[in-house]
Design a protein around this ligand. Structure first.
Ligand code: ADP
Ligand code: MG
Length: 154
């Protein structure tokens, strides 16, 4: 059974720092699914991940491109598969990204759930107030249980 745990952030900067810790701990072929309503903080969190991966370019929402790739200590593959919903989650060769050298972050991952591997870290962001967010991390598979322990400082 995957055990979830939560982090609370109280500013956009704290969300970026949390993402940065994940980016620093990332290894090749890591996969993170990220969900939360509009304005929850998905883009801020991903900017933090990019900082932790030492990506120098500015990270924006990939909505109009579906997949954006950034160079860093490891590559960051940032996907927003929302626009694939109408086609029933058409396969754009996701596996090559999932198995690639980088960390993949997928927004709206439920649309391509049939194409996801068994193991990944699921992150849900909830908006508690104007400035507070609760992050629920659920690790699936040994690698992500390990990564989660690292992030919790265990
Ligand atoms: P999304 O990509 O999920 O739509 P964004 O990261 O683009 O969300 O936007 C989040 C918005 O919420 C920003 O305007 C940001 O300033 C604000 N915000 C307030 N508190 C927080 C917080 N704790 N973490 C992240 N964003 C926050
Ligand atoms: Mg966004």
């Amino acid at each position: 059974m995957a055990e979830s745990f939560t982090f609370i952030t109280r500013s956009p900067e704290e969300t970026i720092s949390l993402g940065e810790r994940l980016g620093r701990a990332a290894q090749p072929s890591d996969l993170v699914t990220l969900s939360g309503d509009l304005g929850a903080g998905k883009t801020h969190f991903t900017k933090g991940i990019a900082e932790g991966l030492e990506v120098k370019r500015v990270v924006n929402s990939p909505t109009f491109t579906i997949i954006k790739e950034y160079k860093g200590r490891l590559p960051l593959y940032h996907m927003d598969v929302y626009r694939l919903e109408e086609q029933g989650g058409e396969d754009l060769g996701f596996e090559e990204y999932f198995e690639g050298e980088g960390l993949t972050v997928v927004e709206w991952a439920e649309i391509i759930k049939e194409q996801l591997p068994d193991h990944f870290l699921d992150i849900i962001i909830r908006r508690d107030s104007d400035t507070q967010r609760t992050f629920t991390f659920t690790p699936y598979g040994e690698r992500y249980i390990q990564l989660s322990k690292e992030l919790q400082g265990k």
